[in-house]
Design a protein around this ligand. Sequence first.
Ligand SMILES: [Zn+2]
Length: 305
Amino acid sequence: MTAPRVRLPFEGTFRMTQGFAERPEVYKRYGLLGHNGIDWGMKVGTPILAVADGKVAEVKFKDDAKGWDADGYGNYLKLEHAWGESLYAHLSRIDVAEGDAVKEGDPIGLSGNTGFSSGPHLHFGMRVKPFNRNDGWSGYTNPVWFLVGPGFNEAVDGARLAELTRRAEEAEKALADAQAAFRFQRQELLAQAELYREQIMALLRRYVPGQLPPNADPFVMVETLLQREAAQFRHQELVAQVALWREKATELVRRYIPGQLPPNADPLVALEALLQQWSEDLKRARLAQLAAFAPPPSSSAVVYQ
Ligand SMILES: [Zn+2]
């Protein structure tokens, strides 16, 4: 018997909330090594479909919130197939009876939240011949190996393969184009840099003739040249500033000692001499003032000097 390929037990796609063999600590109490099926989260009332042709082997239903197996599958049904069995659990409604024949895709009931369930979901199990009920999984195997549908063993047919090949070729071409564009841009940038270098060399030759060493880096040369020019400029500024001060000093000296400034005298030196003179005059005037007010030396211990 070849491995069965079966459809999904519903239309559309739902999120798988628990895979096969997960959470062994929870399933230990059922005598299992772990979760022995697949869970998909889905709202109560989602139509459940037979995954393959077969016969209804077992139906367990009780019309209350917990269903028939309150501590386990709740309401559930089992189909028998040529290759084994499929199980649908936690249902809210069952639309087939034991012994009914079903075709692949037939609606068999509605999903629910009965039994040991923490939220609305479908538990789906598969026993594939030959199976052993005492293998720690109660004979159930991982359905993902056999399911075919969105996200499960999707057939890669000729058309899809051609589409995938076309997309891969497109991606490769886009990459090659990007690489070529990059190479071109790099060439352009290099050419631009070379042009700048030539222009700078021409400038250097014009402004520092004879000083350019062979193989000199023109950028370094420009830097040196600019530094030298800047130093020259600062020097000129200082010279201009000193000339301005000298002019102002001359003007001051002429105002306060007219006729006394010898020709070619340094106005700064003359100003210094003038200020010293003023200082001496002030000192003398102060001493004369103090002497005028001082009592005769015999009547005081204070001596003014
Ligand atoms: Zn489950």
